[in-house]
Design a protein around this ligand. Sequence first.
Ligand SMILES: C[S@@+](CC[C@H](N)C(=O)[O-])C[C@H]1O[C@@H](n2cnc3c(N)ncnc32)[C@H](O)[C@@H]1O
Length: 243
Amino acid sequence: MGIRVIAALVIISGFVFAPCPAFAQQPKAPKGINSERSLPDRYPYNVKDILKYCEPEKGFWVDLGAGKGQLTIPLVEATDNPVIMVDPNADSLAQGLELAREKRLAHRLSAVVGVAEKLPFPDNSVDLLVSRGSIFFWSDQAKGLQEVYRVLRPGGKAMIGGGAGSGYPKEAVDELIRIRKERLHGDDAEKWQHFVEVRRPEQMHEWAAQAKIPEFEVAGKGAISADDPKVGQGVWLMFTKQK
Ligand SMILES: C[S@@+](CC[C@H](N)C(=O)[O-])C[C@H]1O[C@@H](n2cnc3c(N)ncnc32)[C@H](O)[C@@H]1O
């Protein structure tokens, strides 16, 4: 009942605002991240992995830290299932909604301004929660993961992390890693070292353990490795809420 009210509210208004205390403190991405955008688009590969590993039931799907809907839109295109984007940045969400309108997907995409640490959804309501490139910026990862676990329905799935996707072309992933390794010693070295540091699988493991997620898997070897056959380059945390 509660979830129907929230879903209706979001869909009617297009936008719902929820308090977002963490936004002001978020660290900035290092300089040079934009040049990676000349490499092939990674999102369709991420969508393939999400569908392969989560096998989600159709229903209430959330993209947390959705930004401009970079992952949300290809996910909707691939499945036709509606998705709610959550992000503290209202301008990014507005751009995502605009792009969805241009692609005639507006009826399948909604947005809520909010943060991982205080998800604006009832307990046991979400069938699939995805989050790409965002957890590394949350102000309290353990709290955010507890919130994800709270809102998942029993049997609901989460896939949270970042990376290029297991099918991403080898030449492109090699180039991505080469550029990043070079930057570890360049002008903005400190920020790039932090970028790599927070994407270590051990770090993801620690956040999930702090959140007391009962059972989880961490796949991927981080920002500068593609030596993982399951997800390729990057790092992902996957779990299912226990029934
Ligand atoms: C690098 S962008 C990723 C955007 C998109 N998901 C993608 O894969 O391209 C990181 C996003 O996380 C959002 N973010 C930062 N702090 C957050 C928090 N505490 N809870 C949820 N999202 C947050 C930012 O506003 C930003 O849109």
